[in-house]
Unconditional design. Structure first.
Length: 177
């Protein structure tokens, strides 16, 4: 568990399923992720992410807002897949419900997750990816001290050739000396 001023990043609980489904089923969230998820697909995702946390000790943790105890998103780390430009790299990511966006929670939680990675994992860098058009996520990456690495920009292999989000940008931050 990671605590910040306004968030608790933690493993999921069974009673998180409705809030997690509301997050993943929201059309504004789905717009950046290739589509909204139905409740069954959201449950599958929660089980998979929860399994990664249990197995590795980290993952895309549930982001609980301290002020009201509400699950407002997921923020954390994963091991980048073999089909992406940096297989095995530690990827930083976030997904917040639209009514929790724009208040700095993504930056606050991602900063804590980034710091956790450099404290607890033997990695030289933490990376992040997003669709080329997702300038809001890119702004968060810059606030985290991440810099673009255009040599590793790529067409996302899990999206169709003509998908408008297929082109992805790659950002990185090196371990502090």
């Amino acid at each position: 568990m990671i605590e910040t001023e306004r968030l608790i990043l933690r493993p999921y609980r069974e009673d998180d399923r409705p809030a997690f489904a509301a997050l993943n089923g929201h059309p504004e969230v789905g717009d950046w992720l290739g589509g909204a998820l139905d409740p069954a697909a959201s449950d599958t995702l929660m089980d998979r992410v929860g399994g990664q946390i249990a197995e590795r000790g980290f993952g895309f943790w549930g982001a609980e807002r301290r002020a009201d105890g509400r699950l407002v998103g997921m923020i954390g780390l994963l091991v980048m897949g073999d089909d992406l430009p940096a297989p095995g790299a530690i990827e930083l990511g976030w997904r917040l419900h639209p009514d929790a966006q724009g208040s700095g929670l993504a930056t606050e939680g991602a900063l804590a997750a980034r710091d956790w990675a450099f404290t607890n994992l033997d990695v030289a860098e933490v990376v992040a990816i997003t669709a080329h058009a997702n300038v809001r996520s890119q702004a968060v990456m810059r606030k985290l001290g991440m810099t673009p690495d255009p040599a590793r920009d790529f067409d996302h292999p899990r999206l169709a050739q003509d998908h408008p989000l297929r082109r992805h940008v790659f950002f990185t931050v090196q371990r502090p000396s």
